[in-house]
Design a protein around this ligand. Structure first.
Ligand code: Z5A
Length: 220
């Protein structure tokens, strides 16, 4: 029986998911909780290979179903080799993006039917849904500007190329935002929306209060 907690971060480009996932992992570790910090697509050797393919920008034209199946192939391996064993060992798992990303990118914004995605989610995720999903909500123009500044700025993570999703038009990114807010509205017990326009430390404080009230209450 899994005893660890599974937390996912979701949101549009540059909304601060990686920043907040790391801050939360640090804070939980400081409390003595054993945390696995992982990401999607990726998080296992096979899934990281699929990530390279998906984000390479070199894919030949393909239908949305083929793309969703690649994300789900990566997720199946990530679940089997990283997430489920960690939770079963009592560790907490923090994942930067998960199946809600497929729902909004390949589904709502990409055109693939919700019924198809629900079936893939049932097969691969099943009862392994996150205990808490933090949706970082930000105006797409601001998120894209942050991502652009990081790409073109100094530092280790600077790189020249925007990935294929970042290059989509603003309307696509607005659909992503609406998709996330719809998921949060439909699944309030699992999801919480966090205003990501604040400074990083203010967002981290809000994230921590949600984790405390929803997952840590009653723990020593
Ligand atoms: N995708 C999909 O289509 N279907 C799926 O099922 C899954 C994924 C799982 C993965 O890209 C792509 O795959 C993704 C969706 C698609 N589309 N894209 N692009 P990725 O993993 O390479 O990138 P990402 O997930 O979109 O994350 P990101 O763009 O790197 O951003 P982020 O993690 O949300 O933000 P960040 O890296 O923490 O911060 C971005 C910059 O803003 C950085 O310079 C920070 O220092 C800065 N920052 C962070 N917080 C703040 C605040 N609060 N104020 C100001 N500046 C800030």
């Amino acid at each position: 029986m899994a005893s660890g907690k599974f937390i996912t971060f979701e949101g549009g480009e540059g909304s601060g998911k990686s920043t907040q996932a790391k801050l939360l992992a640090d804070r939980l570790r400081a409390k003595g909780i054993d945390v696995v910090l992982t990401r999607e697509p990726g998080g296992s050797p096979f899934a990281e290979q699929i990530r390279e393919l998906l984000l390479s920008g070199n894919l030949a034209p393909h239908p949305p179903l083929a793309e969703a199946l690649l994300f789900y192939a990566a997720r199946a391996d990530h679940m089997a080799t990283t997430i489920r064993p960690a939770l079963a060992a009592g560790r907490w798992v923090i994942c930067d993006r998960f199946s809600d990303s497929t729902r909004v990118y390949q589904g709502g914004a990409g055109g693939l039917g919700a019924d198809v995605l629900a079936e893939l989610e049932r097969l691969v995720v099943g009862a392994g849904q996150p205990h808490l999903t933090l949706i970082l909500d930000l105006a797409p123009a601001l998120g894209l500007a942050r991502a652009e500044a990081r790409r073109t700025g100094p530092g280790d993570v600077a790189c020249a190329e925007a990935d294929p999703y970042e290059r989509r038009d603003l309307a696509f990114h607005e659909r992503l935002r609406a998709g996330y807010l719809a998921i949060a509205g439909a699944e309030p017990a699992r999801c919480a929306v966090v205003d990501a326009a604040e400074a990083a430390d203010a967002i981290a404080a809000r994230v921590w209060s949600l984790v405390e009230s929803r997952l840590l209450a009653g723990r020593p």
